[in-house]
Design a protein around this ligand. Structure first.
Ligand code: GDP
Ligand code: MG
Length: 176
């Protein structure tokens, strides 16, 4: 048991998806329990670290944010390097962001191997009245592609912690 005490887990998780789907807000909700209404305010940090406990083990989740790179359709390979988990995010109120998911998966697959724990995230589920992508569409794409699936709201916190924790647990299960 003594040697186990020194064990350290650091998991790099990347968040990808089209511009303005809520990636930065999912991260700030998860890491700091904050929401930012101003979309122009890009958080100027590369990643944020949040400690999560799984099976009594302290795990550091190092979650990376694109900081706007995705607007130029060129997220660098450094962004993906060493990632063991990924949240691939669309906005349930904008179909085009859902249609981009396949492209994001291709990009992820070119940079990371298939063992990366992957979660499809339909964000902004608080916008039910202007929903443009059904829950079923999300679910079936996730099944097709072998991804976990969850709808979230960074605005009202729905499922944000759960989405990250499922990915973290999957990574943990893969290595232990
Ligand atoms: P990013 O470009 O993917 O990082 O997206 P941002 O996190 O900057 O969010 C883009 C816009 O969507 C901002 O105006 C946010 O306030 C808004 N937003 C983010 N998450 C949610 C959400 O869960 N619900 C709603 N209604 N708006 C959100
Ligand atoms: Mg952002």
């Amino acid at each position: 048991m003594a040697e186990e005490e020194g064990e350290e887990y650091l998991f790099k998780i990347v968040v990808i998806g089209d511009s303005a789907v809520g990636k930065s807000n999912l991260l700030s909700r998860f890491a700091r329990d904050e929401f930012d209404h101003n979309s122009k305010a890009t958080i100027g940090v590369e990643f944020q670290t949040q400690v999560v406990e799984i099976d009594g083990k302290e795990i550091k989740a190092q979650v990376w944010d694109t900081a706007g790179q995705e607007r130029f359709r060129a997220v660098t390979s450094a962004y993906y390097r060493g990632a063991v988990g990924a949240l691939i995010v669309y906005d349930i109120s904008r179909k085009t962001t859902f249609e981009s998911i396949k492209r994001w998966l291709e990009e992820l697959n070119t940079h990371c191997d298939t063992t990366v724990a992957r979660m499809l995230v339909g964000n902004k589920c608080d916008l039910e009245d202007i929903r443009d992508v059904s829950v079923e569409e999300g679910k079936s794409l996730a099944e097709e592609e072998g991804l976990f699936f969850m709808e979230t709201s960074a605005l009202n916190s729905t499922n944000v912690k759960t989405a990250f924790e499922i990915v973290i647990r999957e990574i943990y299960n893969n290595i232990s």
